[in-house]
Design a protein around this ligand. Sequence first.
Ligand SMILES: *Cc1c(COP(=O)(O)O)cnc(C)c1O
Length: 458
Amino acid sequence: MRYYSTRNKNETLSFAQAALSGLAPDGGLYVPEEIPQYPCMVKSSLGTMDYRDIAFETIKPYMHDEMPDATLHDIVQSAYTFSAPLIGVLDRFALELFHGPTAAFKDFGARFMARTFAWLRRGEDKPLRILVATSGDTGGAVADGFFDVPGISVTVLYPKGRVTPLQERQIAGLGKNISALAVEGSFDDCQKLVKAALADEALKKRMALSSANSINISRLIPQAVYYAAAAGRAFAGRIDPDGEATPRANLKARAPEFASQAPRSGLPITLCVPSGNFGNLTAGLYAMKMGAPIKRFIAATNINKTIPDFLASGEYLARVSQATISNAMDVGSPSNFERMTAHFSWEEMRRIIMGVSVSDNETRQAIVRVHEEVGYFLDPHSAVGWCGVDKLRTENKIGAENAEPVGVLCTAHPAKFSEVVQPLVGPAPVPASLSRAMERAVHSQTIPAEVSAFIEAL
Ligand SMILES: *Cc1c(COP(=O)(O)O)cnc(C)c1O
């Protein structure tokens, strides 16, 4: 597979080149020349295959000729020691993407990326420095994925005071090859600093640089896997049993319909994606194009609604991000919009994506309502998705539950955002990985949101 920059279709490069450079020198994002199709055999077995086998089949065509099958096989086996259960909750499905080590979906991309980078860099002696801007969750997932990987160091930039204490410990508590910079500014500022450094020729002469944001294609592709797995299972009429690691364990009172629901087989699912930088949704679009049985998407944002507005009007207006209780989605100028437009026109996007925006108050109400009705804990990001579905259902923009099955991507574990969740519905059970992270001390350096300060820190 060859890749090109969204700003220059004429020059192509390999997966390794696209992955290791992160952002194209012209400021564009790398996209595959074409989106491959699942072979018929794979497509018809998505509902029964093991997660790791789906990962292998999904990722393989994107690395064709570059990574031996045996290596890819080993990477997906060691990266995905957890999976993505699809369970029934009330009138819809929850796709739980928070069973990885940092309790948010970003583990799926980051763990694959770290292993792939380590393999791509085998035999190199110049150390590689990875720059990553985070609104909260990316930093922790990337730090965890790359922790202790020889020959690679990571610098995480996060908006000072805008991440939770737990997120800060996941980012700045590991030490060793992971360093953390607290930037006096917003996530968009952090992202600008990373883009500026990656475009700085003088700096690149001094050190090998790459990025690990969702702008990196090697993080994006593995995220297509859980879409295919979930859509395949829903299509086959199979959902996962009540897993022990999920927050609903330990609950006394459970509504009878909870987790008892089975989807009607043979229907493609509509998936609602709580979105910020739109890497997750873009990966979903890839899965759909590859042939996963997905009917359409709902792009649910908080009040940072650049893309829902674009879908409605056809006009793209980037803005300054506003702080919300779903802070990993506080993005006013989503990077992956460039990727979406590389593959789809506005008209096509409107056919397959419905936009919806949700306020903090509505988000809180959704957390309370779902907990009251069925004892299920939503984190604020997942609650944006949940509420987005409610709003579209009220407006009759999506079909009834037996005609159009809907799944909400639950992007983080509720215990990860206890500052919001606990005052509303009490404490969610805490996974062991999170209690361990809370015990770490924070080591970070504060810098102003200026390129010169950032380069000096590097
Ligand atoms: C990163 C993140 C999002 C947003 O994902 P994008 O790919 O940036 O759209 C949503 N929820 C959580 C919990 C996240 O960490």
